[in-house]
Ligand binder design. Structure first.
Ligand code: F6R
Length: 603
Protein backbone atom coordinates (compact mmCIF):
# COMPACT_ATOMS: atom_id res chain seq x y z
CA UNK A 1 0.00 0.00 0.00
CA UNK A 2 1.48 3.35 -1.06
CA UNK A 3 -0.02 6.82 -1.37
CA UNK A 4 -0.23 8.65 -4.69
CA UNK A 5 -1.25 12.25 -5.44
CA UNK A 6 -1.60 14.40 -8.54
CA UNK A 7 -2.30 18.09 -9.23
CA UNK A 8 -3.15 19.81 -12.49
CA UNK A 9 -4.26 23.44 -12.42
CA UNK A 10 -3.98 26.84 -14.03
CA UNK A 11 -1.74 28.31 -11.37
CA UNK A 12 1.70 27.06 -10.37
CA UNK A 13 0.79 25.49 -7.05
CA UNK A 14 1.55 21.87 -7.87
CA UNK A 15 4.46 21.44 -5.46
CA UNK A 16 2.86 22.80 -2.25
CA UNK A 17 -0.24 20.71 -2.92
CA UNK A 18 1.76 17.54 -3.61
CA UNK A 19 3.72 17.88 -0.36
CA UNK A 20 0.58 18.59 1.65
CA UNK A 21 -1.26 15.67 0.02
CA UNK A 22 1.64 13.33 0.69
CA UNK A 23 1.73 14.37 4.31
CA UNK A 24 -1.95 13.39 4.62
CA UNK A 25 -1.27 10.06 2.95
CA UNK A 26 1.85 9.24 4.93
CA UNK A 27 -0.10 6.67 6.95
CA UNK A 28 -0.21 4.58 3.74
CA UNK A 29 3.57 4.26 3.58
CA UNK A 30 6.55 6.15 4.86
CA UNK A 31 9.80 4.57 3.78
CA UNK A 32 10.48 7.01 0.95
CA UNK A 33 8.76 9.79 -0.96
CA UNK A 34 9.11 11.74 -4.18
CA UNK A 35 7.54 14.24 -6.57
CA UNK A 36 7.77 15.12 -10.26
CA UNK A 37 6.60 18.50 -11.58
CA UNK A 38 6.40 19.65 -15.20
CA UNK A 39 8.35 22.89 -15.39
CA UNK A 40 9.02 24.70 -18.67
CA UNK A 41 8.79 21.54 -20.75
CA UNK A 42 11.00 19.42 -18.59
CA UNK A 43 10.40 17.30 -15.51
CA UNK A 44 11.85 18.28 -12.17
CA UNK A 45 12.08 15.18 -10.00
CA UNK A 46 13.08 14.94 -6.36
CA UNK A 47 12.95 11.80 -4.22
CA UNK A 48 14.29 10.73 -0.87
CA UNK A 49 14.52 7.54 1.11
CA UNK A 50 13.09 7.94 4.63
CA UNK A 51 10.25 10.01 6.04
CA UNK A 52 8.52 12.67 3.96
CA UNK A 53 10.24 15.37 6.02
CA UNK A 54 13.55 14.53 4.28
CA UNK A 55 11.95 15.28 0.92
CA UNK A 56 10.41 18.49 2.24
CA UNK A 57 13.84 19.61 3.51
CA UNK A 58 15.47 18.76 0.17
CA UNK A 59 12.93 20.96 -1.59
CA UNK A 60 13.15 24.02 0.65
CA UNK A 61 16.18 25.37 -1.19
CA UNK A 62 14.75 24.78 -4.68
CA UNK A 63 12.30 26.94 -6.59
CA UNK A 64 10.20 24.28 -8.26
CA UNK A 65 7.14 25.90 -9.77
CA UNK A 66 4.71 24.15 -12.02
CA UNK A 67 1.04 23.60 -12.59
CA UNK A 68 1.13 19.83 -13.15
CA UNK A 69 2.77 17.22 -10.96
CA UNK A 70 2.55 13.86 -9.22
CA UNK A 71 3.81 12.56 -5.88
CA UNK A 72 4.25 9.34 -3.98
CA UNK A 73 4.80 8.07 -0.46
CA UNK A 74 6.08 4.51 -0.49
CA UNK A 75 5.59 1.31 1.43
CA UNK A 76 8.12 -0.86 -0.36
CA UNK A 77 7.04 -4.10 -2.01
CA UNK A 78 9.48 -4.66 -4.87
CA UNK A 79 12.92 -3.31 -4.06
CA UNK A 80 14.35 -1.92 -0.84
CA UNK A 81 13.53 1.59 0.39
CA UNK A 82 16.27 3.63 -1.35
CA UNK A 83 16.40 6.92 -3.28
CA UNK A 84 16.58 4.99 -6.56
CA UNK A 85 13.59 2.81 -5.76
CA UNK A 86 11.48 5.74 -4.55
CA UNK A 87 8.81 6.99 -6.97
CA UNK A 88 8.33 8.72 -9.39
CA UNK A 89 10.02 6.26 -11.72
CA UNK A 90 11.19 7.59 -15.08
CA UNK A 91 11.75 6.52 -18.68
CA UNK A 92 15.27 6.45 -20.20
CA UNK A 93 15.42 10.21 -20.78
CA UNK A 94 13.65 11.44 -17.67
CA UNK A 95 10.75 12.89 -19.66
CA UNK A 96 7.95 10.58 -18.52
CA UNK A 97 7.23 10.04 -14.83
CA UNK A 98 4.98 7.51 -13.09
CA UNK A 99 3.82 6.99 -9.51
CA UNK A 100 2.22 3.69 -8.70
CA UNK A 101 0.42 1.86 -5.92
CA UNK A 102 0.01 -1.93 -6.08
CA UNK A 103 1.88 -4.72 -7.79
CA UNK A 104 2.74 -5.37 -11.45
CA UNK A 105 2.86 -9.14 -11.47
CA UNK A 106 4.53 -9.65 -14.85
CA UNK A 107 7.18 -6.94 -14.46
CA UNK A 108 10.12 -9.32 -14.78
CA UNK A 109 9.05 -10.50 -18.25
CA UNK A 110 8.34 -6.92 -19.34
CA UNK A 111 11.63 -5.67 -17.92
CA UNK A 112 13.60 -8.34 -19.81
CA UNK A 113 11.77 -7.44 -23.02
CA UNK A 114 12.36 -3.70 -22.58
CA UNK A 115 16.01 -4.17 -21.67
CA UNK A 116 16.50 -6.27 -24.81
CA UNK A 117 15.12 -3.26 -26.72
CA UNK A 118 17.77 -1.05 -25.17
CA UNK A 119 15.88 0.52 -22.25
CA UNK A 120 18.05 1.45 -19.30
CA UNK A 121 16.60 0.58 -15.87
CA UNK A 122 17.78 2.30 -12.72
CA UNK A 123 15.69 0.71 -9.95
CA UNK A 124 14.66 -2.66 -8.55
CA UNK A 125 10.96 -1.74 -8.67
CA UNK A 126 8.14 -3.32 -10.65
CA UNK A 127 6.89 0.25 -11.33
CA UNK A 128 9.76 1.22 -13.60
CA UNK A 129 8.44 -0.95 -16.46
CA UNK A 130 5.51 1.50 -16.83
CA UNK A 131 7.44 4.67 -17.86
CA UNK A 132 9.60 2.57 -20.18
CA UNK A 133 6.52 1.05 -21.79
CA UNK A 134 5.06 4.56 -22.17
CA UNK A 135 8.28 5.69 -23.85
CA UNK A 136 8.14 2.66 -26.16
CA UNK A 137 4.53 3.44 -27.10
CA UNK A 138 5.08 7.11 -27.96
CA UNK A 139 4.01 8.65 -24.65
CA UNK A 140 5.79 11.92 -25.46
CA UNK A 141 3.47 12.42 -28.43
CA UNK A 142 0.19 10.98 -27.14
CA UNK A 143 0.27 10.10 -23.46
CA UNK A 144 -3.27 8.73 -23.28
CA UNK A 145 -2.85 6.26 -26.15
CA UNK A 146 0.50 5.15 -24.76
CA UNK A 147 -1.11 4.51 -21.36
CA UNK A 148 -3.88 2.47 -23.01
CA UNK A 149 -1.33 0.36 -24.85
CA UNK A 150 0.92 -0.07 -21.80
CA UNK A 151 -2.00 -0.96 -19.57
CA UNK A 152 -2.97 -3.77 -21.92
CA UNK A 153 0.43 -5.33 -21.22
CA UNK A 154 0.26 -5.22 -17.41
CA UNK A 155 -1.13 -7.85 -15.08
CA UNK A 156 -1.72 -7.28 -11.38
CA UNK A 157 -3.69 -5.02 -9.06
CA UNK A 158 -2.60 -1.41 -9.17
CA UNK A 159 -3.30 2.27 -9.73
CA UNK A 160 -0.87 4.67 -11.40
CA UNK A 161 -0.51 8.27 -12.58
CA UNK A 162 1.61 9.30 -15.56
CA UNK A 163 2.83 12.72 -16.69
CA UNK A 164 5.26 13.80 -19.40
CA UNK A 165 7.38 16.88 -20.09
CA UNK A 166 5.47 17.34 -23.34
CA UNK A 167 2.01 17.41 -21.73
CA UNK A 168 2.17 20.21 -19.15
CA UNK A 169 -1.59 20.25 -18.67
CA UNK A 170 -2.57 16.64 -18.15
CA UNK A 171 -2.25 13.60 -15.92
CA UNK A 172 -3.31 10.19 -17.19
CA UNK A 173 -4.55 7.93 -14.42
CA UNK A 174 -5.42 4.24 -14.33
CA UNK A 175 -7.24 2.31 -11.67
CA UNK A 176 -7.20 -1.48 -11.59
CA UNK A 177 -8.15 -2.73 -8.10
CA UNK A 178 -6.06 -0.26 -6.05
CA UNK A 179 -8.05 2.81 -4.96
CA UNK A 180 -7.95 6.13 -6.83
CA UNK A 181 -10.16 9.21 -6.48
CA UNK A 182 -10.40 12.52 -8.36
CA UNK A 183 -10.99 15.80 -6.53
CA UNK A 184 -12.84 18.46 -8.53
CA UNK A 185 -11.65 21.99 -7.84
CA UNK A 186 -11.96 25.42 -9.51
CA UNK A 187 -9.82 25.25 -12.65
CA UNK A 188 -7.74 22.71 -10.75
CA UNK A 189 -8.22 18.98 -10.39
CA UNK A 190 -6.60 16.56 -8.02
CA UNK A 191 -5.91 12.83 -7.89
CA UNK A 192 -5.16 10.74 -4.84
CA UNK A 193 -5.29 7.28 -3.28
CA UNK A 194 -7.96 8.65 -0.97
CA UNK A 195 -9.95 11.81 -0.25
CA UNK A 196 -7.74 12.88 2.66
CA UNK A 197 -5.11 14.29 0.31
CA UNK A 198 -7.35 16.99 -1.17
CA UNK A 199 -10.18 17.54 1.34
CA UNK A 200 -8.78 20.90 2.41
CA UNK A 201 -9.16 22.10 -1.20
CA UNK A 202 -12.37 20.47 -2.38
CA UNK A 203 -15.11 18.19 -1.09
CA UNK A 204 -16.40 17.29 -4.56
CA UNK A 205 -14.97 13.98 -5.68
CA UNK A 206 -15.32 11.17 -8.18
CA UNK A 207 -14.35 7.60 -7.31
CA UNK A 208 -12.80 5.84 -10.29
CA UNK A 209 -14.10 2.34 -11.00
CA UNK A 210 -11.96 -0.71 -11.57
CA UNK A 211 -10.58 -0.63 -15.10
CA UNK A 212 -11.11 3.15 -15.53
CA UNK A 213 -8.58 5.30 -17.36
CA UNK A 214 -8.90 9.04 -16.78
CA UNK A 215 -7.33 12.07 -18.44
CA UNK A 216 -7.32 14.95 -15.98
CA UNK A 217 -6.80 18.54 -17.09
CA UNK A 218 -7.36 21.78 -15.10
CA UNK A 219 -10.78 22.23 -16.68
CA UNK A 220 -11.89 18.66 -17.48
CA UNK A 221 -12.00 15.07 -16.28
CA UNK A 222 -12.43 12.53 -19.05
CA UNK A 223 -13.09 8.95 -17.93
CA UNK A 224 -13.08 5.78 -20.04
CA UNK A 225 -14.19 2.44 -18.64
CA UNK A 226 -12.42 -0.91 -19.04
CA UNK A 227 -13.84 -1.22 -22.58
CA UNK A 228 -12.57 2.21 -23.60
CA UNK A 229 -16.08 3.72 -23.60
CA UNK A 230 -16.37 7.31 -22.33
CA UNK A 231 -18.37 7.29 -19.06
CA UNK A 232 -19.59 9.71 -16.40
CA UNK A 233 -19.07 8.71 -12.77
CA UNK A 234 -21.21 10.25 -10.02
CA UNK A 235 -19.87 13.32 -8.23
CA UNK A 236 -19.90 12.81 -4.45
CA UNK A 237 -19.87 15.37 -1.70
CA UNK A 238 -17.44 14.22 1.02
CA UNK A 239 -18.36 15.56 4.44
CA UNK A 240 -15.80 13.68 6.53
CA UNK A 241 -13.46 15.66 8.76
CA UNK A 242 -9.78 15.40 7.80
CA UNK A 243 -9.15 13.18 10.77
CA UNK A 244 -11.95 10.79 9.79
CA UNK A 245 -10.79 10.72 6.20
CA UNK A 246 -7.31 9.58 7.18
CA UNK A 247 -8.90 6.54 8.76
CA UNK A 248 -11.04 5.95 5.66
CA UNK A 249 -14.04 7.26 7.61
CA UNK A 250 -13.58 4.71 10.41
CA UNK A 251 -13.30 5.84 14.01
CA UNK A 252 -10.08 3.84 14.58
CA UNK A 253 -7.22 2.48 12.50
CA UNK A 254 -7.86 -0.95 14.02
CA UNK A 255 -11.38 -1.10 12.56
CA UNK A 256 -10.11 0.20 9.22
CA UNK A 257 -7.43 -2.49 9.17
CA UNK A 258 -9.92 -5.21 10.10
CA UNK A 259 -12.16 -4.08 7.23
CA UNK A 260 -9.22 -3.95 4.83
CA UNK A 261 -8.44 -7.63 5.23
CA UNK A 262 -10.06 -8.97 2.04
CA UNK A 263 -8.02 -6.45 0.04
CA UNK A 264 -4.86 -7.32 1.97
CA UNK A 265 -5.46 -11.04 1.36
CA UNK A 266 -5.91 -10.46 -2.36
CA UNK A 267 -2.62 -8.52 -2.46
CA UNK A 268 -0.88 -11.26 -0.50
CA UNK A 269 -2.12 -13.95 -2.91
CA UNK A 270 -1.45 -12.03 -6.10
CA UNK A 271 0.72 -14.05 -8.49
CA UNK A 272 1.33 -16.78 -5.94
CA UNK A 273 -1.09 -19.46 -7.15
CA UNK A 274 -1.22 -20.53 -10.77
CA UNK A 275 -3.25 -23.40 -12.19
CA UNK A 276 -3.78 -25.00 -8.80
CA UNK A 277 -0.14 -24.81 -7.77
CA UNK A 278 1.71 -22.48 -5.45
CA UNK A 279 4.47 -20.62 -7.32
CA UNK A 280 7.44 -21.37 -5.06
CA UNK A 281 9.57 -18.43 -6.24
CA UNK A 282 6.74 -16.05 -5.37
CA UNK A 283 7.30 -17.09 -1.73
CA UNK A 284 11.03 -16.42 -2.01
CA UNK A 285 11.89 -20.15 -2.06
CA UNK A 286 12.78 -22.62 -4.80
CA UNK A 287 11.35 -26.11 -5.31
CA UNK A 288 14.85 -27.56 -4.62
CA UNK A 289 15.16 -25.65 -1.34
CA UNK A 290 11.72 -26.85 -0.27
CA UNK A 291 12.57 -30.44 -1.16
CA UNK A 292 15.60 -30.40 1.12
CA UNK A 293 13.60 -29.37 4.22
CA UNK A 294 13.30 -32.11 6.88
CA UNK A 295 12.06 -30.03 9.78
CA UNK A 296 10.70 -26.55 10.32
CA UNK A 297 11.20 -24.33 13.37
CA UNK A 298 9.05 -21.19 13.56
CA UNK A 299 10.08 -18.30 15.81
CA UNK A 300 8.08 -15.17 16.48
CA UNK A 301 6.50 -13.03 19.19
CA UNK A 302 2.93 -12.23 20.21
CA UNK A 303 0.41 -12.33 17.40
CA UNK A 304 3.06 -13.46 14.91
CA UNK A 305 3.74 -16.43 17.23
CA UNK A 306 0.03 -17.24 17.10
CA UNK A 307 0.22 -17.22 13.29
CA UNK A 308 3.05 -19.74 13.67
CA UNK A 309 0.79 -21.98 15.80
CA UNK A 310 -1.68 -22.08 12.90
CA UNK A 311 1.20 -22.62 10.47
CA UNK A 312 2.37 -25.67 12.40
CA UNK A 313 -0.94 -27.47 11.94
CA UNK A 314 -1.02 -26.54 8.25
CA UNK A 315 2.51 -27.73 7.48
CA UNK A 316 2.20 -30.94 9.47
CA UNK A 317 -1.21 -31.79 7.95
CA UNK A 318 -0.39 -30.97 4.35
CA UNK A 319 3.32 -31.69 4.01
CA UNK A 320 3.85 -34.23 6.81
CA UNK A 321 6.99 -32.39 7.95
CA UNK A 322 7.53 -31.89 11.70
CA UNK A 323 7.23 -28.31 12.95
CA UNK A 324 8.15 -26.65 16.22
CA UNK A 325 6.91 -23.18 17.10
CA UNK A 326 8.76 -21.14 19.65
CA UNK A 327 8.36 -17.79 21.30
CA UNK A 328 11.46 -15.89 20.14
CA UNK A 329 12.39 -14.67 23.64
CA UNK A 330 12.55 -18.31 24.80
CA UNK A 331 14.13 -19.79 21.70
CA UNK A 332 17.15 -17.50 21.82
CA UNK A 333 18.08 -18.59 25.35
CA UNK A 334 17.16 -22.23 25.46
CA UNK A 335 20.09 -23.57 23.40
CA UNK A 336 17.81 -25.18 20.83
CA UNK A 337 18.93 -28.40 19.19
CA UNK A 338 18.83 -27.71 15.48
CA UNK A 339 20.14 -30.16 12.94
CA UNK A 340 20.96 -29.63 9.24
CA UNK A 341 17.89 -29.81 7.03
CA UNK A 342 15.95 -27.51 9.40
CA UNK A 343 14.41 -24.37 7.96
CA UNK A 344 13.94 -21.57 10.48
CA UNK A 345 10.86 -19.49 9.70
CA UNK A 346 10.98 -16.07 11.41
CA UNK A 347 7.59 -14.35 11.42
CA UNK A 348 7.33 -10.63 12.15
CA UNK A 349 5.05 -7.86 10.91
CA UNK A 350 7.58 -5.11 11.59
CA UNK A 351 10.69 -7.15 10.89
CA UNK A 352 12.27 -5.29 13.82
CA UNK A 353 11.30 -7.30 16.92
CA UNK A 354 14.52 -7.65 18.91
CA UNK A 355 13.93 -11.21 20.16
CA UNK A 356 12.98 -12.47 16.70
CA UNK A 357 16.10 -10.88 15.21
CA UNK A 358 18.28 -12.43 17.92
CA UNK A 359 16.74 -15.85 17.15
CA UNK A 360 17.60 -15.36 13.50
CA UNK A 361 21.23 -14.54 14.37
CA UNK A 362 21.40 -17.65 16.51
CA UNK A 363 20.00 -19.85 13.74
CA UNK A 364 22.44 -18.37 11.24
CA UNK A 365 25.38 -18.94 13.61
CA UNK A 366 24.30 -22.58 13.68
CA UNK A 367 24.49 -22.66 9.87
CA UNK A 368 20.75 -22.90 9.27
CA UNK A 369 18.76 -21.29 6.51
CA UNK A 370 16.23 -18.62 7.59
CA UNK A 371 13.06 -17.75 5.70
CA UNK A 372 11.45 -14.49 6.88
CA UNK A 373 7.71 -13.89 6.77
CA UNK A 374 7.37 -10.14 7.14
CA UNK A 375 5.27 -7.18 6.10
CA UNK A 376 8.14 -4.74 5.92
CA UNK A 377 10.44 -4.55 2.94
CA UNK A 378 13.84 -3.21 3.92
CA UNK A 379 13.37 -4.20 7.60
CA UNK A 380 16.29 -5.68 9.52
CA UNK A 381 14.65 -9.11 9.34
CA UNK A 382 14.26 -8.89 5.57
CA UNK A 383 17.94 -8.03 5.30
CA UNK A 384 19.23 -10.62 7.78
CA UNK A 385 17.20 -13.60 6.56
CA UNK A 386 18.47 -15.75 3.69
CA UNK A 387 15.21 -15.33 1.86
CA UNK A 388 11.90 -13.53 2.39
CA UNK A 389 8.19 -13.98 1.76
CA UNK A 390 6.34 -10.66 2.08
CA UNK A 391 2.81 -10.54 3.42
CA UNK A 392 1.90 -7.38 1.46
CA UNK A 393 -0.72 -6.32 4.03
CA UNK A 394 0.24 -2.63 3.72
CA UNK A 395 1.17 -0.51 6.73
CA UNK A 396 -0.48 -1.53 9.97
CA UNK A 397 -0.91 1.48 12.24
CA UNK A 398 -3.02 0.17 15.13
CA UNK A 399 -0.88 -1.48 17.79
CA UNK A 400 -3.14 -4.55 17.81
CA UNK A 401 -2.20 -6.62 14.79
CA UNK A 402 -5.09 -7.75 12.58
CA UNK A 403 -4.45 -7.77 8.83
CA UNK A 404 -0.78 -8.62 9.36
CA UNK A 405 -1.84 -11.72 11.35
CA UNK A 406 -4.27 -13.06 8.76
CA UNK A 407 -1.84 -12.43 5.89
CA UNK A 408 0.87 -14.27 7.86
CA UNK A 409 -1.49 -17.24 8.09
CA UNK A 410 -2.21 -17.02 4.37
CA UNK A 411 1.46 -17.00 3.50
CA UNK A 412 2.07 -19.97 5.82
CA UNK A 413 -0.81 -21.77 4.09
CA UNK A 414 0.92 -21.27 0.75
CA UNK A 415 4.19 -22.39 2.31
CA UNK A 416 2.53 -25.61 3.56
CA UNK A 417 1.11 -26.32 0.09
CA UNK A 418 4.47 -25.57 -1.55
CA UNK A 419 6.24 -27.93 0.87
CA UNK A 420 3.70 -30.64 0.03
CA UNK A 421 4.25 -30.01 -3.70
CA UNK A 422 7.97 -30.56 -3.13
CA UNK A 423 7.11 -33.96 -1.58
CA UNK A 424 5.17 -34.82 -4.76
CA UNK A 425 1.74 -34.04 -3.26
CA UNK A 426 -0.19 -31.24 -4.93
CA UNK A 427 -3.42 -29.79 -3.50
CA UNK A 428 -5.00 -28.10 -6.53
CA UNK A 429 -8.49 -27.85 -5.05
CA UNK A 430 -7.25 -26.38 -1.81
CA UNK A 431 -5.04 -23.92 -3.70
CA UNK A 432 -8.05 -22.78 -5.72
CA UNK A 433 -10.12 -22.42 -2.54
CA UNK A 434 -7.42 -20.19 -1.06
CA UNK A 435 -8.11 -17.79 -3.93
CA UNK A 436 -11.76 -17.51 -2.88
CA UNK A 437 -10.89 -16.35 0.66
CA UNK A 438 -10.94 -12.59 -0.10
CA UNK A 439 -14.56 -12.88 -1.28
CA UNK A 440 -15.49 -15.04 1.71
CA UNK A 441 -13.80 -12.46 3.96
CA UNK A 442 -16.03 -9.73 2.56
CA UNK A 443 -19.15 -11.72 3.40
CA UNK A 444 -17.89 -12.39 6.95
CA UNK A 445 -17.31 -8.66 7.44
CA UNK A 446 -20.74 -7.71 6.18
CA UNK A 447 -22.42 -10.27 8.44
CA UNK A 448 -20.74 -9.11 11.67
CA UNK A 449 -22.82 -6.02 12.53
CA UNK A 450 -24.33 -7.73 15.61
CA UNK A 451 -20.96 -8.06 17.33
CA UNK A 452 -21.28 -4.49 18.53
CA UNK A 453 -23.91 -5.61 21.04
CA UNK A 454 -21.87 -8.64 22.12
CA UNK A 455 -18.90 -6.36 22.74
CA UNK A 456 -21.06 -4.20 25.01
CA UNK A 457 -22.10 -7.29 26.92
CA UNK A 458 -18.57 -8.64 27.21
CA UNK A 459 -17.37 -5.26 28.47
CA UNK A 460 -19.38 -5.86 31.69
CA UNK A 461 -17.29 -8.90 32.65
CA UNK A 462 -13.90 -9.33 34.28
CA UNK A 463 -12.73 -12.72 32.99
CA UNK A 464 -13.28 -14.30 29.57
CA UNK A 465 -12.26 -17.77 28.40
CA UNK A 466 -11.53 -18.87 24.85
CA UNK A 467 -11.62 -22.56 23.98
CA UNK A 468 -11.00 -24.63 20.85
CA UNK A 469 -9.30 -27.77 19.57
CA UNK A 470 -6.61 -28.14 16.91
CA UNK A 471 -6.53 -25.09 14.65
CA UNK A 472 -9.31 -23.58 16.74
CA UNK A 473 -7.07 -23.69 19.80
CA UNK A 474 -4.34 -21.85 17.90
CA UNK A 475 -6.94 -19.24 16.97
CA UNK A 476 -8.31 -19.07 20.52
CA UNK A 477 -4.86 -17.95 21.66
CA UNK A 478 -4.96 -15.00 19.29
CA UNK A 479 -8.57 -14.23 20.30
CA UNK A 480 -7.62 -13.90 23.95
CA UNK A 481 -4.57 -11.74 23.20
CA UNK A 482 -6.63 -9.33 21.07
CA UNK A 483 -9.21 -8.95 23.81
CA UNK A 484 -6.64 -8.51 26.58
CA UNK A 485 -4.43 -6.00 24.87
CA UNK A 486 -7.07 -3.46 23.90
CA UNK A 487 -9.92 -3.98 26.41
CA UNK A 488 -7.74 -4.82 29.45
CA UNK A 489 -10.11 -7.64 30.42
CA UNK A 490 -8.52 -10.77 31.79
CA UNK A 491 -8.73 -13.47 29.10
CA UNK A 492 -7.28 -16.98 28.80
CA UNK A 493 -7.25 -19.51 25.98
CA UNK A 494 -7.41 -23.22 26.62
CA UNK A 495 -7.22 -26.35 24.56
CA UNK A 496 -10.85 -27.37 25.12
CA UNK A 497 -9.86 -30.86 26.27
CA UNK A 498 -7.62 -29.41 28.99
CA UNK A 499 -10.43 -27.67 30.87
CA UNK A 500 -11.20 -30.58 33.09
CA UNK A 501 -7.56 -30.71 34.21
CA UNK A 502 -7.94 -27.55 36.24
CA UNK A 503 -9.53 -24.54 34.63
CA UNK A 504 -13.06 -25.86 34.85
CA UNK A 505 -12.88 -24.81 38.50
CA UNK A 506 -13.03 -21.17 37.37
CA UNK A 507 -16.23 -21.57 35.41
CA UNK A 508 -19.19 -20.27 37.38
CA UNK A 509 -22.60 -18.78 36.65
CA UNK A 510 -22.49 -16.22 33.82
CA UNK A 511 -18.77 -16.46 32.97
CA UNK A 512 -18.37 -15.77 29.23
CA UNK A 513 -16.72 -18.51 27.17
CA UNK A 514 -15.92 -17.95 23.51
CA UNK A 515 -15.83 -21.34 21.80
CA UNK A 516 -14.38 -21.73 18.31
CA UNK A 517 -15.64 -24.66 16.23
CA UNK A 518 -14.51 -24.80 12.62
CA UNK A 519 -13.03 -28.30 12.39
CA UNK A 520 -15.59 -31.02 11.51
CA UNK A 521 -13.21 -33.81 12.59
CA UNK A 522 -13.09 -32.44 16.14
CA UNK A 523 -16.62 -31.06 16.30
CA UNK A 524 -18.15 -33.78 18.51
CA UNK A 525 -15.38 -33.47 21.05
CA UNK A 526 -15.55 -29.67 21.02
CA UNK A 527 -19.34 -29.79 21.46
CA UNK A 528 -18.94 -31.91 24.61
CA UNK A 529 -16.54 -29.28 25.95
CA UNK A 530 -19.18 -26.61 25.29
CA UNK A 531 -21.67 -28.74 27.23
CA UNK A 532 -19.14 -29.12 30.05
CA UNK A 533 -18.83 -25.37 30.58
CA UNK A 534 -22.52 -24.73 30.08
CA UNK A 535 -23.29 -27.28 32.78
CA UNK A 536 -21.24 -25.09 35.16
CA UNK A 537 -23.23 -21.97 34.23
CA UNK A 538 -20.99 -20.46 31.51
CA UNK A 539 -22.55 -18.23 28.89
CA UNK A 540 -21.19 -19.57 25.59
CA UNK A 541 -20.73 -17.66 22.35
CA UNK A 542 -19.55 -19.87 19.54
CA UNK A 543 -17.77 -18.92 16.31
CA UNK A 544 -18.94 -21.78 14.11
CA UNK A 545 -18.37 -22.82 10.48
CA UNK A 546 -21.69 -22.87 8.65
CA UNK A 547 -21.25 -26.58 7.83
CA UNK A 548 -21.31 -27.58 11.52
CA UNK A 549 -24.63 -28.03 13.23
CA UNK A 550 -25.83 -28.85 16.72
CA UNK A 551 -23.54 -26.51 18.65
CA UNK A 552 -25.38 -25.82 21.93
CA UNK A 553 -24.20 -22.23 22.40
CA UNK A 554 -26.18 -19.29 23.79
CA UNK A 555 -25.21 -17.27 20.76
CA UNK A 556 -23.86 -18.53 17.41
CA UNK A 557 -21.51 -16.41 15.28
CA UNK A 558 -21.49 -18.25 11.95
CA UNK A 559 -18.72 -17.96 9.34
CA UNK A 560 -19.00 -19.35 5.79
CA UNK A 561 -18.06 -23.00 5.27
CA UNK A 562 -14.64 -23.45 3.70
CA UNK A 563 -11.96 -26.16 3.69
CA UNK A 564 -11.29 -26.69 7.43
CA UNK A 565 -7.61 -25.83 7.03
CA UNK A 566 -8.58 -22.43 5.63
CA UNK A 567 -11.07 -21.55 8.35
CA UNK A 568 -8.65 -19.65 10.66
CA UNK A 569 -8.43 -16.49 8.53
CA UNK A 570 -12.22 -16.24 8.36
CA UNK A 571 -12.77 -17.10 12.02
CA UNK A 572 -10.17 -14.51 13.05
CA UNK A 573 -12.46 -11.69 11.91
CA UNK A 574 -15.23 -12.09 14.53
CA UNK A 575 -12.59 -12.47 17.25
CA UNK A 576 -10.92 -9.21 16.18
CA UNK A 577 -14.25 -7.41 16.02
CA UNK A 578 -15.35 -8.75 19.38
CA UNK A 579 -12.17 -7.41 20.97
CA UNK A 580 -12.62 -4.12 19.13
CA UNK A 581 -16.23 -3.54 20.22
CA UNK A 582 -15.48 -4.56 23.79
CA UNK A 583 -12.65 -2.02 23.99
CA UNK A 584 -14.82 0.68 22.40
CA UNK A 585 -17.63 -0.03 24.89
CA UNK A 586 -15.17 0.36 27.73
CA UNK A 587 -13.91 3.63 26.26
CA UNK A 588 -10.33 2.44 25.92
CA UNK A 589 -7.71 3.85 23.55
CA UNK A 590 -8.13 1.19 20.87
CA UNK A 591 -5.29 2.17 18.56
CA UNK A 592 -2.70 2.85 21.25
CA UNK A 593 -3.31 0.57 24.23
CA UNK A 594 -1.52 1.39 27.45
CA UNK A 595 2.03 0.05 27.99
CA UNK A 596 2.34 -1.31 24.45
CA UNK A 597 4.32 -0.28 21.36
CA UNK A 598 3.81 -1.26 17.76
CA UNK A 599 7.33 -2.48 17.32
CA UNK A 600 9.29 -3.97 20.21
CA UNK A 601 12.88 -3.23 19.30
CA UNK A 602 14.27 -3.84 22.78
CA UNK A 603 14.55 -7.05 24.72
C1 F6R B 1 -0.43 -7.94 19.18
C2 F6R B 1 0.78 -7.56 18.50
C3 F6R B 1 2.07 -8.04 19.04
C4 F6R B 1 3.05 -8.33 17.90
C5 F6R B 1 4.43 -8.69 18.44
C6 F6R B 1 5.39 -9.05 17.34
O1 F6R B 1 -1.56 -7.46 18.52
O2 F6R B 1 0.75 -6.85 17.52
O3 F6R B 1 1.91 -9.15 19.83
O4 F6R B 1 2.54 -9.37 17.14
O5 F6R B 1 4.95 -7.61 19.16
O6 F6R B 1 5.56 -8.01 16.46
P1 F6R B 1 6.14 -8.26 15.02
O7 F6R B 1 5.18 -9.09 14.26
O8 F6R B 1 6.32 -6.90 14.45
O9 F6R B 1 7.44 -8.98 15.21
Amino acid sequence: MCGIVGFVGEDENALPFLLEGLQRLEYRGYDSAGVAVVQENHLTVEKRQGKLQRLVEALTTTSVRGSCGIGHTRWATHGRPTDQNAHPQLDCHGQIAVVHNGIIENYQTLKAELMARGHHFRSETDTEVIPHLLEEYGGLDDLKTAVERAEARLTGAYAFLAISATHPDQIVAVRRSSPLVVGLGERTNYLASDFTAFLRHTRRAVVLDNGDLAVIRPWSVEIHDANGVAVERPVLHIDWTLDQAERGGYPHFMLKEIMEQPEAWADCLLGRIERGRVVEEALGLTAEELKAIRRVVMVAAGTAYHAGLVGRVLVESLAGIPVEVDVASEFRYRRPLLEPGTLVVAISQSGETADTLASVSLAKEMGLKVWAVTNTVGSTLAREADTVGYTYAGPEIAVASTKAYTTQILLLTLFAIALAQAQGRAYPELAEQVLSLPEAGKSVLSAMQGLHGLGQELAQHRDVFFIGRGLDWALAQEGQLKLKEISYLHAEAYAAGELKHGTLALIEEGVPVIAILTQPELADKAISNVLEVKARGARVWAVVSANLSGVPADRLIPIPATAPLLAPVLAAIPLQLLAYWTAVSRGEDVDQPRNLAKSVTVE
